[in-house]
Design a protein around this ligand. Structure first.
Ligand code: F6R
Length: 646
């Protein structure tokens, strides 16, 4: 939710900021802006829409055209002799609106009354209205409807400026106040979440950053420092990184980096290595990140499993769980919490854990969990699933469970993310960055890791060696089987062409594939804007079937499993009411041909692993529908990759 970049170094800041914004665009993209130090001034440019609109505003549509109002910022063209303005300090932001419509006035960076302090912010300041009223009473003039602008004015209020504007009663006094001290005083008044970068006109060589609830990482390059909401905006320039923790403030100048808390107590931080490869964050010839990530699944699933199975012992080896393995033996209840796609992976996990590990399990939307009064005792574990590791609701649910002394576990992709650092123990997905807003390879990896956790916990209990062995053996075959399914891409595209104009879809499945139905429907609606509903097949006749006619198709996930016959009966019910059916069925199933209008076959596997195989064609189907409609597949409207607000 919103992306922040800050740059200080020996090179021109502009290309670094724009490149960083492009890489963070998936976090939000309704407007963007840059504040750049040029000579003794700080100048800003903002634009509504995607980063491209900002670039056009800075450099002109025709990059060589002198018409750009910001031509003075430099002669940016695609020639090898790039010339950028000399400014070596700047901040930038790509926004996903929370307070105030997407507009230039509301786009970040925001400034104080005197235009000296410039700030980019991710998060929500919950008490901004109250603070704004007080500041307005003191004469501060606001230019936007955002909560963020309050922070700039608050700092201004604590910072003694030579005041050139009589209407503004900011602390009078000589210039050259204590920026770090003023920032700390301002932060103490904020309620809510923030990741902040800020620059000040009086400090040509300083950038400040602060974190509370929204991620912020500081990349340490040879001659430059890049601060960003996530490492994908850092990896091109730095391999070493410091992750700020909540309540920390960083003061960065060319030759110094100081991190302290809100009470100015110095904090020693660990420098970590970024192990993501740059190529992993690029499209590699695919038209969209989503398609690339769907096709990465044979490898990404293998990366999630590799080194974590002991085939002959029928056991799973999860190094991240070692420190709590004794406690895990005593766990008699698991609550899985997550949002969206990750929550669907959790639902598959619920079936697995109950059937194979014999542990009562429930799954709860993280956004609901924290507002219940969950009954948790010392033998309850909370398992959070999150690709980004930054989802605010999931993080809040973990904190709620910790308050009640629950053991907290996680499945997280982004190394060093807030959730990864908050939980007691966990397993990383090891699938590299997922850039497309619609989650694909994270889901299949999360389900694969759920299977490993099931074996791990099951073998601590009553699961036999034979069962453990069988699950592991089948899991290891999944990557090859996914490859077979991806080989049907062209046929799936043809099916998408047939249904591209439908306005509604049901996705139906039972038991392990009820979550698959939810996931298939979510994929379709989020990237194609077609209404789609996931329903347990058996539930359809309790109301939803009233919607069915020849224009309302249903996708049935009906592999040859323990509920196959039941699913077939439900399919008949749809067919006899004139509904069209696309079936995801097991290879060799001839019977399905009598009923389904279109069939996508998946290889046979263990019932508990079918959601991994059945989801892949649904991802491709959604992808093709969206691409055929000419929509922005990777950046669907109104969404953001990492939802760091409630
Ligand atoms: C859907 C999607 C979202 C996320 C959800 C949780 O394609 O991506 O539903 O799954 O916002 O995000 P994470 O896993 O980052 O906590």
């Amino acid at each position: 939710m919103c992306g922040i970049v800050g740059y200080l170094g020996e090179n021109s800041a502009l290309p670094a900021l724009i490149d960083g914004l492009r890489r963070l665009e998936y976090r939000g993209y309704d407007s963007s802006g840059i504040a750049l130090r040029l000579g003794s001034d700080i100048q800003s440019v903002k634009a509504v829409g995607k980063i491209k609109a900002l670039e056009e505003k800075i450099f002109g549509k025709d990059v060589k055209s002198p018409q750009s109002p910001f031509a003075k910022w430099g002669n940016y063209n695609k020639s090898p002799q790039l010339q950028y303005p000399r400014g070596c300090l700047g901040i930038a932001h790509t926004r996903w609106a929370t307070h105030g419509e997407p507009s230039e006035a509301n786009a970040h960076p925001h400034s104080d009354c005197l235009g000296k302090i410039w700030i980019a912010h991710n998060g929500i300041i919950e008490n901004y209205k109250e603070l704004k009223e007080k500041l307005e009473e003191k004469g501060h003039k606001f230019k936007s409807e955002t909560d963020t602008e309050v922070i700039a004015h608050l700092i201004e209020d604590f910072y003694p400026h030579t005041n050139t504007n009589d209407n503004v009663s900011v602390g009078a006094g000589k210039s050259g106040g204590d920026l770090a001290g003023s920032l700390r005083k301002a932060l103490k008044l904020l309620e809510g979440a923030y990741g902040i970068v800020l620059i000040h006109e009086d400090y040509p060589d300083k950038i400040m950053a602060a974190k509370m609830g929204s991620p912020l990482a500081i990349g340490l390059g040879d001659t430059e420092t890049i601060i960003a909401s996530d490492v994908s905006a850092i990896i091109t320039r730095a391999k070493q990184v410091i992750y700020l923790d909540d309540g920390e403030v960083a003061e960065i100048s060319k030759n110094d980096l100081r991190i302290f808390n809100i009470d100015n107590v110095k904090i020693e931080k660990k420098i970590e290595e970024i192990d993501w490869d740059m190529g992993e964050a690029e499209k590699k010839g695919f038209p969209h990140f989503m398609l690339k990530e769907i096709f990465e699944q044979p490898e990404s699933i293998m990366n999630s499993i590799r080194g974590r199975v002991m085939e002959r012992e029928g056991k799973a080896k999860l190094g991240g769980f070692d420190s709590v393995s004794k406690k895990l033996r005593d766990i008699n209840r698991i609550i899985i919490t997550a949002c969206g796609t990750a929550m669907h992976a959790g639902l598959v996990g619920e079936y697995m854990l109950e059937e194979y590990a014999g542990i009562p399990t429930e799954v709860e939307y993280a956004s609901e969990f924290r507002y219940r009064r969950p009954i948790i005792d010392k033998n309850t574990a909370l398992l959070a699933i999150s690709q980004s590791g930054e989802t605010a609701d999931t993080l809040a649910a973990i904190r709620e469970a910790k308050e009640k002394n629950a053991l907290t576990l996680g499945i997280v992709n982004v190394v060093g993310s807030s959730i990864a650092r908050e939980i007691d123990a966990g397993a990383y997905n090891h699938i590299g960055p997922e850039i497309s807003v619609a989650s694909t390879k994270a889901f299949t990896s999360q389900v694969a890791i759920m299977a490993l956790i099931t074996v791990y916990l099951g073998r601590q209990r009553r699961m036999s060696l034979i069962t453990g062995e069988r699950i592991i053996k089948e899991l290891l075959l999944i990557p090859e089987k996914i490859k077979d399914i991806l080989g049907q891409n062209n046929e799936i595209k043809k099916i998408a062409e047939k249904y591209v104009n439908a306005e509604n879809f049901f996705y139906l499945g039972r038991k392990y594939n009820y979550p698959t139905a939810l996931e298939g429907a979510l994929k379709l609606k989020e990237i194609s804007y077609i209404h789609a509903e996931g329903i347990p097949s058996g539930e359809m006749k309790h109301g939803s079937i009233a919607m069915i006619d020849e224009n309302f198709p249903s996708v049935f996930i009906c592999p040859r499993d323990s509920v196959y016959e039941k699913n077939i009966s439900n399919m008949e019910e749809i067919k006899s009411r004139g509904g069209r059916v696309i079936a995801v069925a097991t290879e060799g199933d001839e019977r399905i041909k009598e009923m389904a209008d279109d069939i996508i076959y998946i290889p046979k596997t263990l019932e508990m692993l079918t959601p991994i195989l059945a989801t892949a064609p649904l991802q491709l189907f959604a992808y093709h529908v969206s691409a055929l409609k000419g929509l922005d597949v990777d950046k669907p409207r109104n969404l953001a990759k990492s939802v760091t607000v409630e």
